[in-house]
Write a new protein. Structure first.
Length: 205
């Protein structure tokens, strides 16, 4: 299979590692909130003269619900997971890519939004608060004449999945760990107005 020779690298890995050490948290809201850090990737390897779709989904890490223990500054298991929302595949809006485009550009999932609204009609990724999740990147290979059909079921496609364990996060409606709040403010270019404020609200929109 040609896709076995295609490598995928996580950009801004150092930033993800910093968050991962503390225990990354991502805000979810009814209207949807962008992820920070952003999943940014590059591809390399032998790419043939076909078209490629790049997709993202976010899957539960386990079947547990968590709570944050402030006195210990750590996450504890609080019980069994709530029923997961139907998994959604987010197709990168620049898809399909030519092999050249895929080799030369950083593919950024900056427009992905996370929500806790199960009725969402905007194509956002629906998650449960206080649950842990793993983002996954998928590359799908399509022949030249087959680039308009939407991708709804990966199993029907020629695809390969890439998982970066350092991107695991806990979905929250408000940040629990103050060190995460501080790191978000210090490292997010859109947070400049919040540097002097202890309150972190909607800057990631």
């Amino acid at each position: 299979d040609e896709l076995t020779t295609v490598d995928c690298q996580l950009e801004t890995k150092e930033l993800w590692d910093k968050f991962h050490e503390l225990g990354t948290e991502m805000i979810i809201t009814k209207t949807g909130r962008r992820m920070f850090p952003t999943v940014r990737i590059t591809f390399s390897g032998s790419l043939n003269r076909v078209r490629y779709y790049v997709l993202l989904d976010v899957v539960p890490v386990d079947s547990k619900r968590y709570r944050y223990a402030y006195h210990r500054s750590s996450w504890l298991v609080a019980g069994k997971a709530d029923p997961p929302a139907p998994a959604r595949l987010y197709t990168h809006p620049d898809s399909p890519f030519t092999p050249d485009q895929l080799r030369k550009q950083v593919i950024s999932f900056e427009k992905v939004k996370l929500t806790n609204n199960e009725m969402d009609k905007q194509g956002q990724i629906v998650l449960n608060s206080m649950h842990r999740y793993q983002p996954r990147v998928h590359i799908v290979r399509r022949m030249e004449g087959d680039t308009t059909r939407p991708i709804v079921d990966l199993e029907r496609e020629q695809f390969r999945t890439y998982v970066f364990p350092e991107t695991v996060f806990t979905a929250v409606t408000a940040y629990q760990n103050q060190l995460i709040t501080k790191l978000k403010i210090d490292s997010n270019p859109f947070a400049k107005g919040f540097r002097d404020s202890s309150r972190l609200s909607d800057f990631e929109r």
